[in-house]
Design a protein around this ligand. Structure first.
Ligand code: MOS
Length: 756
């Protein structure tokens, strides 16, 4: 494990409470100086380089590979194909639980999608491996690929997302629509998007007999270890994964991906350490993506604008060989108080890689459709979009009738609207121009994301010198886990951060669960908080029953922990240091542990979500249709804020993704070859600084006593929701044109759009 020297600006550290402080990232200096070591930065003596050869067809069979040419190339050591690939203990196509996704590990000659690995070339240098891979020149027996939502027979998926029902009916939608004074029906399309973290999947794998050492990015170390153990038939304890930093995850590193396992297999085959790094174009296939959707909403409202019915139907796609169904319609269950709500799904199977979780999976694509439909319904009612949302505000979760564990959405609406200047918005579209004659439009969207809790463990130690250690296998994707979780750890141990050693990012530490679902701080943080409390409780037990201690007789609950001391609640002048307590007890250190998990009683009693409101301004060239998002204001309420600087940064990131969703990002598939045509960052558009000129995130105060002990909700994904819909509505407000196919590009706006 490389030594990780974490630093922070001491000016930000205030005595007594680390939680709530806007600390800079403790790993910030390491990252900006290039000292942070990512998986691909690692080297081992005797290491070889592996490069994938990937399929250029989307469906069919590989009939020939020029092994002679590849193996004859100087520097090439071995070529791994289905013929010589080392055996696995488990069929990569086995699926014993819904989250065991099928992997392409050279099990046969079938091609199921473009960019599927068909061979791995292993060489002394990266150049030799790349050249060897090119020399393989695969030949194929190709079949016509199924690409696009209309290319094959549709069916009703058994479940969507993480196992929620594919059909939900509450009340009578048809009756609600029939009784409505105003109705709308609209269909929205969202494209396939591919994960593009800065760091592609990379792995350095080294075997020592049946022990395996790996450097690879992972959002869930224990899960990755379990999957690899199953595939190779070795005990999980034999596998050590180091993942101190991830250059972004967004869901594609949530589960170990096929190419990572191929790196391990390559190392097995040659008996030497092997490094394998995906090229950018190889990210477009074997590591997951966000599936395309077509969503139809039918809404009805009474004379005064109260919703009478909300129907949300979604069509999506999975691969030909596995099941993941983007749960986009489920967002309609939560926000708006319609007496009748129904959601349903259909799906097709395509010759693509299996779609997977991608930042706000379902919530993002579904929210864009719902919020656009709400905007259209407000227009049909002649109402301001904010007034319409307040009119239909759900006081309790509409379908279940459960109260929200907390909901500060009204405050988000009010603070965001005030800051943005929403009150000056003309109701009709095409009313505003800037000095340069550009059309100006304002739109808004509601943001919502479930407050999830998974399971985690942490171990805490206080040492005889009064310093502390907190251990949990947490993953920092760039969101700031090294900092926010350490803040929680320091407070839980009653220490300042400089007296705490925080250990994370390694599979030999207690399982911190998954850095996903915007739940990592809540989940790992709750375990950390519990482990700290456990060790402090043990120290208090030692001191308060000892006549020699100034804390004698205070009772375990009668002391607080701060600054490395236990202090009497009833008399802060009486205290004792951790070092003194341990010394008197003759202990070198004392250890505490805790686990965290969702509280089933609280979960069944309350509906738990973070909420927000996003306001957007766009400018559109009236002649050319060029669109720019010029101003974004988001106000979010997400429970306790551990580090406002990091939380703002998460909201910015989410909102920028929302800009991307609305205006930039889509994978363009060639229907005849089935290949992604823009598998590079030049043509797969994501926003750059110039695309996001002004962005503001307001942290709305919220206290949620039910979600978990610390009241933490997630902040990572919610910013994507709300934003895309706000921008789409702003484009309508600027131009009077509703574009219902995303991303909204200038061709679609000026009516020349004949393509997908
Ligand atoms: Mo995320 S899609 O929860 O990594």
């Amino acid at each position: 494990m490389p030594e990780i020297a974490l630093t922070q600006d001491p000016a930000h550290v205030r005595h007594g409470s680390n939680i709530g402080q806007p600390l800079t990232r403790r790993d910030g200096i390491l990252k900006v100086t290039g000292a942070a070591r990512y998986a691909a930065d690692n080297h081992l003596p005797g290491m070889l380089y592996a490069v994938l050869a990937v399929s250029s067809i989307a469906r069919g069979r590989v009939t020939a590979l020029d092994l002679e040419a590849a193996k004859g190339h100087p520097g090439v050591v071995e070529v791994m194909t289905p013929v010589n690939r080392p055996p696995l203990a488990q069929d990569p196509d086995a699926k014993t639980n819904p989250f065991m996704f099928r992997l392409d590990l050279l099990q046969n000659d079938r091609v199921r999608y473009a960019n599927q690995p068909v061979a791995v070339v292993i060489a002394e240098t990266l150049e030799a491996a790349s050249e060897g891979a090119a020399l393989l020149a695969p030949r194929y027996e190709a079949e016509a690929p199924r690409i696009g939502l209309d290319s094959s027979e549709s069916f009703v998926p058994p479940a969507v997302g993480i196992g929620t029902p594919s059909e939900v009916r509450h009340g009578d939608v048809e009756a609600g629509l029939a009784a409505a004074a105003h109705r709308i029906e609209a269909t929205y399309e969202t494209p396939a998007q591919y994960h593009n973290p800065i760091e592609p999947h990379a792995i350095l794998a080294a075997w020592d007999a049946d022990r395996l050492s790996i450097d690879t990015p992972s959002q869930a170390l224990a899960m990755a270890r379990g999957r690899i153990a199953g595939l190779f038939g070795i005990p999980p304890e034999n596998i050590h994964i180091r993942s101190p930093f991830l250059g972004g995850g967004f869901g594609c590193k949530g589960m170990i991906a096929g190419p990572q396992v191929l790196g391990i297999l390559a190392a097995r085959l040659v008996g030497r350490p092997v490094k394998l790094v995906l090229r950018r174009d190889q990210m477009f296939g074997p590591v997951g993506h966000r599936a395309e959707t077509r969503q139809t909403l039918r809404l009805g409202a009474g004379q005064e604008g109260a919703l009478t019915a909300l129907e949300h139907r979604a069509k999506t796609a999975s691969s030909s060989f596995d099941d993941f169904f983007e749960p986009s319609a489920d967002v309609s269950h939560t926000l708006y108080a319609s007496p009748a709500i129904s959601t349903s799904y259909e799906a097709v199977r395509l010759d693509t890689g299996t779609p997977l979780f991608m930042r706000a999976p379902g919530e993002a694509s579904g929210n864009i459709a719902l919020e656009c439909a709400i905007d259209e319904m407000a227009e049909a009612c002649g109402m301001d979009p904010l007034a319409f949302r307040l009119k239909n505000y759900a006081e309790v979760e509409p379908i279940t009738g459960k109260p929200f564990s907390s909901k500060a959405l009204r405050e988000c609406y009010a603070e965001g609207a005030r800051r943005f200047g929403w009150a000056a918005r003309p109701l009709a579209p095409r009313q505003m121009r800037d000095d340069a004659g550009l059309l100006v439009g304002w739109g808004m969207g509601t943001a919502v994301f479930p407050a999830l809790m998974f399971q985690a463990e942490a171990r805490a130690v206080i040492r005889s010198d009064g310093s502390g250690v907190m251990e949990t296998g947490a993953q920092d994707m760039g969101q700031g886990a090294w900092t926010a979780l350490a803040q929680i750890a320091a407070d839980s141990l009653g220490l300042e951060l400089d007296r705490l050693e925080f250990r994370a990012g390694s599979s030999d530490l207690p399982d911190a669960g998954i850095a996903g679902g915007s739940a990592h701080t809540a989940t790992a943080g709750t375990a950390i908080n519990g482990a700290g409390a456990d060790v402090v409780g043990k120290l208090a037990s030692l001191a308060t029953v000892d006549r020699r201690s100034p804390l004698y007789g205070a009772g375990n609950a009668g002391v607080i922990a701060r600054g490395g001391r236990l202090i009497r609640r009833d008399d802060e002048g009486r205290s004792e240091s951790y070092a003194d307590i341990l010394a008197r007890a003759g202990l070198a250190e004392i250890e505490g542990r805790a686990r965290s998990a969702a509280d089933p009683a609280a979960q069944s009693a309350y509906s738990m979500h973070a909420h927000g409101a996003v306001f957007a301004e766009v400018k559109v060239d009236p002649d050319l249709g060029q669109i720019r998002a010029t101003r974004l204001v988001g106000a979010f309420a997400a429970g306790r804020i551990i580090n406002p600087r990091l939380v703002r940064s998460q909201y910015y990131g989410g909102m920028i993704w929302g800009v991307s969703f609305a205006l930039h990002e889509r994978a363009v598939m060639d229907p005849s070859s089935g290949r992604p045509m823009n598998a590079n960052l030049a043509e797969y558009h994501v926003p750059v600084n110039a695309d996001v000129p002004s962005i503001e995130a307001i942290l709305v105060e919220e206290h949620d006593p039910h979600v978990n002990a610390l009241g933490i909700k997630g902040v990572g994904e919610i910013g994507v929701t709300g934003t895309a819909g706000a921008i789409a509505s702003a484009v309508w407000h600027a131009t009077g044109t509703r574009v219902r196919r995303f991303p909204i590009t200038l061709d679609r706006l000026i009516g020349f759009d004949g393509s997908t």
